[in-house]
Design a protein around this ligand. Sequence first.
Ligand SMILES: C[S@@+](CC[C@H](N)C(=O)[O-])C[C@H]1O[C@@H](n2cnc3c(N)ncnc32)[C@H](O)[C@@H]1O
Length: 230
Amino acid sequence: MKKAIYYIQSTIMLFIFAPIARLINKSWYEKTVLPNTINRGCSSKPTMYQRKKIIPSASGEVLEIGIGPGINIQFYDSSKVTKIIGVDPSTELNKIAKKNADEVKIPIDFLITTAEDIPLPDNSIDTVISTYTLCSIPNPSLSLKEIFRVLKPEGKFLFCEHGIAPAKGVAMFQNAIDFFWPAIAGGCHLNRDMPSLLKSNDFNLQELDAMYLPGTQRFIGYNYWGVATI
Ligand SMILES: C[S@@+](CC[C@H](N)C(=O)[O-])C[C@H]1O[C@@H](n2cnc3c(N)ncnc32)[C@H](O)[C@@H]1O
């Protein structure tokens, strides 16, 4: 029963409320509705569970691309991480991230910029993190080239992303709604093939897992996570 209510509520929210709200007032939608929706949607129980699988493995100087509201900050291991650099173009999400940063001991620098143009030197970062971000970056290949450039040779890229689902019907639906989905979801594309994106940008996939997140609509819930090296 609870599950049915969740599915009905989220369907109304995603397919009726969000498109209408954005049509009525794009600026209000993007500055107020969207940041709060991202913060809430990305804090669901299954996504928090996914974050716990990868974030505690980060060490040294960490670059988090698309840090958004900073939900991962609580999961970094302060005994292993010396500094976090968070890159994200959203000033609205940065306000939420700064509050989360106040809760931990690790020094955090926020750079309000995009992951396609990271203002950091070559070979300078021990761990790059991307959670639910490669879906939203307008040019993911360019940002992967930047990640490749800033990672130290022994560095690690830890990722957890949603993307194209293996079930044909689900993938068809993801492709079909991609004409309007990015407009209501902060540029998010549901149908990116994350392993192919990584491989085509010369990353070595050391670990890769994938599954539909439990309790999540299948078209947004197919997750890929793992470790890539250069
Ligand atoms: C769905 S949210 C995920 C936020 C966060 N990574 C998390 O795990 O909760 C997508 C994020 O990508 C960010 N983003 C969009 N375009 C970007 C770009 N070109 N470079 C870096 N981040 C970007 C958005 O501002 C947003 O914070």
